[in-house]
Ligand binder design. Structure first.
Ligand code: HXC
Length: 268
């Protein structure tokens, strides 16, 4: 039994987008660390599989199909989590929608779809979780998954970059507002991570994969587990004095942007 196994005993977390990729990895890592995990998302089958994996690992899990764009559904999600597990200790805003497209040709509906899921959805979930924590009178932690293009931008991601930047601003603002209640809010910004969803959307071919890797000084993709470990650090008591922060987990990708055509120095 590792120390991490005991880090979240009996605590309850809602993980949005918990049916796949990074969200599933965070859900499973929380479960392995003793937490009860409520996974939310739009596809019941994917959520059920995460819960099956949680149960298989001896953890408690609950699937609550939810569209984070619907504030009433989000309030009902938190109510269901509390009804089932007794209380809430935190939230992971991981649900995202994304497609790479030239901003100049993006339809208003396409813009709205991504901003609605990422920015509005994260706010609705954060608000519902914070209200629950305030009612309980207990501390809690809220973590949002963003992307480094929130601050450096990236062609083809205007809707997602703008929404993720909004989530970062929301996090910093509410971190200050909610610190007196013992509620911490932080972000992580994962770099390219080996998940099916991101792989299919962003590096579908071997060429695209090589192009992405050429911009990562560490020379490899992150594993979902590496992202989950960082998430657990920020959710847990070891980060009890950390709030309003964003921890980048990208193998040096954004700092190593190839302004002069290379990410390495000859001789290294
Ligand atoms: C242009 C597109 C499009 C595309 C959708 N649209 N896909 N426009 N190129 N590839 C437009 C549609 O034409 C429509 O506008 C509008 O967007 C809404 O599309 P719907 O399919 O009706 O919306 P919806 O069913 O709500 O789907 C939302 C979605 C979808 C965001 C479009 O992709 C989705 O739900 N994705 C969820 C999963 C996901 O994307 N995960 C990726 C996360 S990975 P019109 O005008 O035609 O009505 C990630 C990695 C970050 O974020 C990278 C970090 C390094």
């Amino acid at each position: 039994m590792t120390p991490a196994t005991q880090e979240f005993p009996g605590r309850t977390y809602v993980v949005t987008g918990g049916g796949s990729g990074i969200g599933r990895a965070i859900a499973l890592a929380l479960g392995a660390a003793g937490a009860r995990v409520v996974v939310a998302g739009r596809t019941p089958g994917k959520l059920a599989e995460t819960v099956r994996l949680l149960h298989e690992a001896g953890a408690q899990g609950l699937a609550v199909p939810t569209d984070v764009r619907d504030p009433e559904a989000v309030d009902a999600l938190v109510a269901r989590a509390v009804d089932h597990f007794g209380a809430l200790d935190g939230l992971v805003n991981n649900a995202a929608g994304n497609f790479v497209t030239p901003g100049i040709d993006l339809s208003p509906n396409g813009w709205r779809a991504v901003v609605d899921i990422v920015l509005n959805g994260s706010f609705f979930c954060t608000r519902a979780a914070a209200r629950q924590l305030r009612e309980q009178g207990t501390p809690g932690a809220i973590l949002s998954v963003i992307a480094t293009y929130a601050w450096h931008g990236h062609p083809g991601t205007v809707h997602s970059a703008a929404a993720k930047a909004g989530v970062l601003a929301m996090t910093r603002t509410l971190a200050v507002e909610l610190a007196p209640l013992g509620i911490r809010l932080n972000c992580i910004a994962p770099g390219p991570t080996e998940t099916e969803g991101a792989g299919a959307a962003l590096w579908a071919t071997q060429e695209a994969r090589a192009a992405v890797l050429s911009g990562v000084p560490a020379g490899r993709f992150a594993t979902p587990r590496e992202i989950a470990d960082t998430a657990l650090f920020l959710l847990g008591d070891r980060a009890a004095y950390v709030t309003g922060e964003c921890l980048t987990v990208d193998g040096g990708q954004w700092l190593g942007k190839q302004v002069y055509g290379r990410t390495t120095v000859p001789g290294v």
